[in-house]
Design a protein around this ligand. Structure first.
Ligand SMILES: CC(C)(COP(=O)(O)OP(=O)(O)OC[C@H]1O[C@@H](n2cnc3c(N)ncnc32)[C@H](O)[C@@H]1OP(=O)(O)O)[C@@H](O)C(=O)NCCC(=O)NCCS
Length: 330
């Protein structure tokens, strides 16, 4: 058995579509206002992928950047673990399409379905593959084209979501202090109907009726989701810190899932961390589900807020309900 930390995040890379959809544009489509959206969510704009831009293609761009930054070639990848709530097709996995695009011929590729904390779940799976000796180098991806499963006639959800992708090379720890110090994942499937896509799967296959009822789009009970998110993010912070044996004061940067500024603020308050130690970019991208943590982390690295040796806390919550967290020495 390899001693902990078993694995380290060697890099991060991202890709976002160029098309920006602002709150002002949404006001032309829905009965809403820029002020309402900013006040309730902190979101100002989000990215929308072009019809021909697939989740696998966004993932490819992010992955190639992450591989270049880690000095890894496609042939080095033993596994590709891709988290998404908006796969390109229901069969096969988007991870297999990504494998083909990358030419990662030595990898096993599969998707993880855990909604917004998908990246943290995929990171946990990657750590396990490395700890068991199954893999040395794993590509972890969180990628979404949520614009295709968002109902742009529903003002309570249309304002929230956006598209994007993030990737990280996770590899066997080099023993230089870097590494994943803890992970925590948990779910409560009883709460699934509060945030879900009712139609289009095998329980209610796609049909004219499903489309007419708009049941192929996400449905959400916003207020209940909000309350559960605050509770779950707090538990996730506590657990990752406890398992890593570090205190909140030792954390250099909190990198939370970017769903809503007020959920982020409540999480920081619970952890006793000032907002100056919290990464926020929900204003630029909205909620990109599994891509949100790598998008925030990449920006933090680019801005010099995460440097080699920084101790970071990743925490996320989403449909399922699912939640998770990790403490990482960068
Ligand atoms: C969606 C969310 C912003 C709504 O904010 P809220 O303060 O809870 O608002 P409510 O749903 O209680 O609705 C309040 C009113 O605003 C209205 N409203 C909803 N969306 C609106 C919009 N985009 N513009 C203007 N008014 C809107 C509602 O119709 C309601 O009107 P009413 O009082 O006349 O019935 C908020 O609940 C939220 O962010 N929840 C968490 C969602 C989330 O993060 N999901 C992903 C988890 S990973």
């Amino acid at each position: 058995m390899i001693p902990r930390p078993f694995a380290e995040m060697a890099s991060v890379g991202v890709a976002v579509p160029p098309r920006v959809l602002t709150n002002h544009e949404l006001t032309g489509m829905l009965d809403t206002s820029d002020e309402w959206i900013v006040e309730r969510t902190g979101i100002r704009e989000r990215r929308i992928a072009a019809p021909e831009q697939s989740v696998a293609m966004l993932s490819q761009e992010a992955s190639e950047l992450a591989m270049e930054r880690a000095g890894v070639s496609p042939a080095d990848l033993d596994a590709i673990v891709l988290a998404t709530a908006s796969p390109d097709r229901l069969l096969p996995s988007t991870a297999c399409d990504l494998q083909a695009l990358l030419g990662a011929d030595n990898a096993a590729a599969f998707d993880v379905g855990a909604a917004c904390p998908g990246f943290v779940y995929a990171l946990t799976v990657a750590e396990g593959l490395i700890a068991s000796g199954q893999s040395r180098t794993v590509l972890v991806v969180g990628a979404e084209k949520l614009s295709t499963i968002t109902d742009f006639q529903d003002r309570s959800t249309a304002i929230l979501f956006g598209d994007g992708a993030g990737a990280s090379i996770v590899r066997r720890s080099s023993g230089n202090g870097r590494g994943i110090l803890s992970t925590f994942i948990k779910s409560d499937g009883r709460l699934a109907p509060l945030l879900y896509r009712p139609g289009g799967g095998s329980s209610d296959p796609i049909s004219e009726r499903v489309v007419c009822e708009r049941n192929h789009f996400m449905k959400m009970a916003g207020r209940e989701v909000f309350k559960a998110a605050v509770r779950a993010m707090a538990e996730a912070c506590d657990e990752a810190l406890r398992r890593a044996g570090v205190s909140a004061e030792e954390i250099d940067l909190l990198v939370p899932h970017q769903a809503n500024l007020h959920i982020i603020e409540a999480t920081a308050k619970h952890a006793g961390m000032p907002m100056s130690k919290v990464m926020v970019n929900v204003d630029r991208y909205g909620n990109t589900s599994s891509a949100s943590i790598p998008l925030a982390l990449d920006q933090a690295v680019a801005e010099g807020r995460v440097k080699p040796g920084s101790l970071i806390l990743l925490v996320a919550f989403g449909a399922g309900f699912t939640w998770g967290s990790a403490v990482v020495r960068w």
